[in-house]
Ligand binder design. Structure first.
Ligand SMILES: [Zn+2]
Length: 328
């Protein structure tokens, strides 16, 4: 991806482009920001801009160097992440990285490495990397990426130039989804709101599947409230088959009641996150008192706590639905 293809983060890009043009790139950066917001995209674009032989201070996107960076096969650009089945980045991985950064670039201009996420380096790996940063190899660039600084040694952080990435404004994400993904405006706005400014999450298939499912859930929970109890056992059974699904549902249903409560109190859709089912929320608001909504919210929280404590999922969900239907 060339710099101009990147959505948002204009200030961060300007900083990097300026450094690139003035040959003032730092040898180590720390990209800090929420998941899916575009840190890795920016880091790889920078790597491409450095390695590209066709264009100065940006990438062409089409030459061998650009293509290799894009496909993850460039000999001078390496992404270090936990190995398959491992939870941490080990000291061996960091030592290997250090060795590599000391070699001369093969076909690019610099040796570049991304550590993503940097917070998963264990203590000894971080200490080993610190040594590398104290005497950075010539013509090398290290980019550490993380959603927080909590698990990273302060001494390591202090050796990196920090660049913070904020969630993209919802309207930026929404217009990208309309223009580039051909989505309908309402759908795009919903996804942007749901994923809180994370373009990566908005385009992920899991999120899109979740949107489709929330429509079904809204319909079923709505019917239950109106006293139509058909299918609630089946819904409980379906959801209970996977722990993750049960928890996703309860997370959603809490937001659903929260939205109805907001609408009930403010009589406005501002602050509502379930935009796709906004109409249902307005209708539902007439069916509840505030006390009832708070009660159901507390029941949803209870069911969630029960499932986290490994109480029988089906029982916890059936219990919850019985409260929703007013049977208990
Ligand atoms: Zn190129």
């Amino acid at each position: 991806m060339t710099f101009s293809d990147i959505v948002g983060h204009q200030k961060q890009l300007a900083t990097l482009r300026w450094a690139l043009a003035k040959d003032r790139l730092h040898h180590a950066y720390f990209f800090l920001g929420p998941e899916g917001v575009g840190k890795r995209t920016v880091a790889l674009s920078l790597a491409m801009a450095i390695q590209c032989r066709e264009r100065d201070y940006d990438s062409c996107g089409g030459c061998a160097n650009c293509r290799q960076v894009q496909s993850g096969n460039h000999p001078d650009v390496r992404v270090v992440a936990p190995l398959a089945g491992k939870k941490e980045i080990s000291i061996q991985q960091v030592r290997e990285l250090e060795r590599e950064l000391n070699y001369r670039a093969f076909s690019g201009r610099k040796k570049i490495a991304l550590v993503d996420p940097a917070s998963l380096m264990n203590f000894s790996a971080q200490n080993a990397l610190l040594k590398t940063l104290e005497e950075p190899p010539k013509e090398s660039l290290l980019i550490l990426l993380s959603t927080s600084t909590g698990a990273v040694l302060p001494t390591l952080l202090s050796r990196c130039l920090r660049l913070s990435f904020s969630p993209l404004p919802a309207e930026v994400v929404a217009s990208f989804l309309v223009a580039q993904k051909g989505m309908k405006q309402q759908e795009a706005e919903l996804l942007a709101a749901m994923t809180m400014g994370s373009l990566g999450k908005a385009v992920s298939p899991e999120t899109q599947e979740l949107v489709a499912r929330t429509r079904v859930w809204a319909e079923k929970v709505g019917a239950l409230t109106r006293g139509d109890c058909r299918g609630w056992m089946t819904l409980a059974e379906e959801l209970a088959s996977a722990r993750e699904d049960s928890l996703k549902f309860l997370e959603w249903v809490k937001g659903w009641y929260r939205d109805i409560l907001i609408y009930r109190v403010t009589e406005s859709s501002r602050g509502i996150s379930n935009l796709a089912v906004e109409r249902d929320i307005k209708q539902q608001a007439n069916l509840y008192t505030r006390e009832r909504l708070l009660f159901l919210l507390s029941r949803a929280l209870q069911a969630e706590a029960d499932i986290r404590r490994n109480v029988n999922r089906r029982m916890a969900l059936e219990n919850f639905f019985a409260h929703v239907a007013g049977l208990r």
